[in-house]
Design a protein around this ligand. Structure first.
Ligand code: CMP
Length: 138
């Protein structure tokens, strides 16, 4: 078993899709180990997405991610990072496989409903960004 980080994004909380997405993830076999609802500050969003700082969409992404509440969560399963990325589908919902979270709930490449860590190393960093060890092991 290992853990990964997901964030239900402001488009999905704003459209009352958070419960459906969480249900989808639990039905896909993930155990929810930690979660909270929060509106990111600009400093938090800039830091979380620092790897994209040079990309043309960075400013718009930070605006979007601070536009409303999001729900970071720790999910656990065997092979959690790769499995969650399969379950959520491609970044662009137009390219996401049928039945994936983004094909069902995302609006656009930016407003794409959910984030998931893309490697075990980033999962460790991203989980630690939002949750203490006590919270995710509790
Ligand atoms: P996420 O998995 O959170 O990782 C980075 C985010 O940047 C991505 O989901 C999208 O929300 C956003 N993103 C990635 N590529 C683009 C793009 N070409 N245009 C706009 N937003 C993008």
């Amino acid at each position: 078993m290992n853990q990964t980080l997901a964030i239900i994004k402001p488009d999905a909380t704003g459209n009352a899709r958070a419960g459906k997405i969480l249900s989808h993830l639990e039905s896909a076999g993930f155990a929810l180990r930690a979660a909270r609802m929060m509106t990111l500050t600009r400093a938090q969003a800039c830091s979380f997405y620092d790897v994209h700082r040079e990309r043309p969409f960075y400013g718009s992404l930070v605006d979007f991610m601070t536009s409303g509440p999001c729900i970071p969560m720790v999910l656990e399963s065997a092979d959690a990072v790769a499995r969650l990325r399969r379950v959520i589908g491609a970044t662009d919902p137009a390219e996401a496989e049928e039945g994936t979270v983004r094909s069902l709930y995302a609006e656009s490449k930016e407003r794409n409903a959910i984030h998931a860590s893309d490697s075990d190393r980033n999962a460790d960093r991203e989980i630690a960004f939002f949750f203490s060890e006590a919270e995710r092991l509790g």
